[in-house]
Design a protein. Structure first.
Length: 289
């Protein structure tokens, strides 16, 4: 079912470093009850971009039944040095939970959807949720709220210490701390969906999304990888690309958050049916197909 979408723009949810933080709220009109949430973060190399560029992505998610919030964060500058951007992501998660009742948001089903730099800081926020030491900080008005999220959908994210370090001007331990790949082996990431073009000259899909996918899987956590042949960085700007990718994102969030139990039962039924089919074929001497 596709919903019509209403938008409330420029809602302030916190103040950091004297700067107001705002989000745009995309709501599926006519959807009943509290809604699962997707917090959406723009790209732009940490130094550029704004939440308005997330209108198409947020609208597509809201039309699929999600309360989608396009979140603004402070751009990298002398007034907002690294890692204030990660702090802002965490602040938005806590603020969402603090305001869940007024937003009709389901605080138990919160996911992050990020693009490029926005994907990078989303992965870091998810990996270090509720830490007292790593990327801890931000607006403590919401300090009692959890920073945990149920899943992350990351479009063309930089994840290695070498790549992230060169982009942010970090070295050594600081570069490693800023690299999502460093956290994957620890099993601290929630389910992750990675979407990347194979002709990305800015953030190559190998080693970035491919390496993170393999590391998350090796740690026993859930990860899906979508590679788009010949696509470059920011390929979702191309015609007809935002809707199918957001469909994939919504389906992933449904499977690994909103409708996890129902999907698990359906998967068990499918596995059982397939096993019975294989056994029947083997007993009859024919190939299973």
């Amino acid at each position: 079912m596709a919903f019509e979408v209403s938008v409330e723009r420029d809602a302030e949810f916190a103040t950091e470093g004297g700067q107001p933080l705002r989000w745009d709220v995309y709501r599926p009109t006519g959807a009943d009850g509290i809604l699962p949430v997707a917090l959406v973060f723009h790209g732009g190399g940490w130094r550029r971009g704004d939440r308005a560029s997330m209108e198409a992505a947020a609208t597509a998610l809201a039309s699929r039944g999600y309360l989608a919030l396009a979140v603004g964060y402070r751009l990298l500058s002398d007034d907002a040095p690294w890692p204030e951007q990660v702090h802002d992501v965490k602040t938005s998660i806590r603020a969402l939970r603090a305001r869940a009742a007024e937003l009709a948001a389901d605080a138990d089903h919160v996911a992050l959807v990020g693009f490029s730099a926005g994907a990078h800081i989303s992965l870091l926020a998810a990996a270090t949720a509720n830490s007292d030491t790593t990327f801890a900080g931000g607006d403590r008005r919401y300090g009692n709220e959890s920073e945990s999220v149920g899943a992350v959908a990351a479009f063309f994210p930089p994840v290695t210490s070498e790549g992230v370090g060169s982009m942010l001007g970090l070295t050594g331990d600081a570069a490693a701390e800023a690299a999502p790949l460093e956290y994957a082996a620890r099993g601290v990431l929630p389910p992750v969906l990675l979407l990347h073009g194979t002709n990305d000259g800015l953030v190559p899909h190998e080693p970035n999304s491919v390496a993170l996918f393999e590391a998350v899987r090796a740690a026993g956590a859930a990860a899906d990888l979508r590679l788009f042949h010949g696509m470059q960085h920011e390929f979702v700007r191309l015609p007809e690309m935002i809707d199918p990718t957001m469909h994939d994102v919504a389906a992933f969030l449904d499977r690994h958050g909103v409708h996890t139990e129902a999907f698990a039962r359906a998967l068990e039924d499918a596995d059982r049916a397939w096993a019975e089919r294989v056994a029947a074929r083997a007993a009859g001497g024919g190939p299973a197909r």
